[in-house]
Structure formats: C-alpha cells, structure tokens
Design a binder for this molecule. Structure first.
Ligand SMILES: [Zn+2]
Length: 232
C-alpha cells in the first residue's frame, strides 16, 4: 500500500519518499503526492529525482505506480525527492471541482444522471443522460454554477463509515460501485451544493475555480448530452 499524501493534503507539491519497487519504467514509493489516473482524472506528471514521471496509475494492493520516461534507474530502498507539475495539477483540481459543481446543479435542476466525465488541464467535458435538451437552460445552470463559485463555500474531504455514507441520498449510486471491502468511504463535500464519495483531488474553496466557461453543448444520441467547458 502507498501512503496517499494527496488525500492528506492536495496542495503538497514536493515530498521525500523511499523506493519500494522498481521494474522497467515503473516505480512504487512508500508514499506519494502523485495522484493516479482514474475517475475521469488524468494521472499526475512531474519528476522523481532527475527522472521524468510521464503518468501515474493505480497498481496492485492499493499502490500508486509512477510511469517513468525511461526504464527505472531508481534503486529499491533509496530515498527520492518527488516534484509534481503543479501548474497542470492545480488546473486539474480546479476543473475537477468545477465538474462536481456542474454535475450537482444539472442533477438538482433536471434530475440528469452523470454518465461520465473527462477532466483535462485545458478543456473538460461532462456526459449526462437527459431527454430535454435546451441550450438556454444549460447556460442558466452554468450561470448558477458561477454564482456558487462567487460565494466561495469551502470544499471539505473526510472519511465516513460505508453504512453511514450509503444512507445519504444521491451518494448511493456512486458509492455502490465501490468494492464492498472498502469500509470507509472518502467523501468530498462542497458545502451547500454537493456531497459525493470520491477519491480525487479538489481545491479547498470554490472561489479558487475562478470562472467556469461553457464551450459547447452536444447531442450524443437519444438522451446522451455532453458539455465541454474550460476555466480561463
Ligand atoms: Zn472529485
């Protein structure tokens, strides 16, 4: 198991760790601030010592695997200094938190279910299932999201017992896909707007998003809709 420094503090940009396994271009550390790919989020990039980290993925036994640019020159047992590409990661945190907020507002206003999302540093998208497709309304919801950003509520993360978390309306659909052996679910709460079981990285307050700019609304079939957005 890798200690997940990004869960303790999503703002850790540099850290020291010990190499616990190194095979080919893959390295595992005893702890890391690199967030792995998953849940619509890209994996972090940066450096471990002098070596570039091109991607970060989930590994076996709750480990985090750093994908290096070349076959691993890291020695098992050695100490290493990790640095995250913070500019990229911070944009991902802002984009991802914006996706939470938009999803919560769309769901509240229309009952739409979120079927997927892809968060990238420059542009992101959310897919949702909704029969009625009205661009004007979509823009109204985006404005509501920006009003929420301007109010700057805190974004909190904490762990909750699985049984307790599953009682919260709206959380069930997401939480139910978590493997049953996960006893404590990590909760992300945008105070007053959204509560979800989620393992991602988020900003501390909504104001940090700045502004959500809708780019395009697409019809992807009978009831599949896609919204593209960015944050300037
Ligand atoms: Zn999240």
């Amino acid at each position: 198991m890798t200690r997940k420094l990004y869960w303790e503090d999503a703002y850790v940009t540099e850290f020291d760790a010990r190499v616990t396994s190194a095979a080919g271009a893959h390295a595992v550390l005893d702890q890391t601030a690199f967030h792995p790919r998953g849940g619509g989020l890209l994996g972090d990039t940066g450096t471990l010592g002098a070596v570039k980290v091109l991607d970060t993925v989930k590994g076996a036994e709750d480990s985090v695997v750093h994908v290096l640019e070349s076959a691993s020159p890291l020695e098992v047992g050695s100490q290493i200094h990790g640095v995250i590409d913070w500019e990229r990661r911070h944009r991902i945190m802002r984009m991802h938190t914006a996706a939470h907020l938009l999803s919560a507002i769309f769901h509240k206003e229309t009952g739409a279910l979120i079927t997927g999302n892809q968060i990238e540093p420059e542009k992101s998208r959310i897919d949702f299932s909704l029969d009625d497709f009205d661009r004007e309304k979509m823009l109204v919801y985006c404005n509501q999201a920006n009003e929420a950003v301007a109010k700057n509520p805190p974004v909190k993360t904490y762990f909750m017992k699985r049984e307790e978390a599953l009682k919260i309306p709206g959380i069930t659909k997401l939480a139910s896909v978590m493997p049953p052996e996960v006893k404590d679910l990590r909760i992300v709460e945008i105070e007053g707007y959204d509560l979800q079981a989620d393992g991602g990285v988020h900003v501390k307050t909504l104001g940090e998003i700045g502004k959500i700019e809708p780019l395009k609304f697409e019809n992807k079939g009978k009831s599949n809709r896609r919204m593209h957005f960015t944050i300037p």
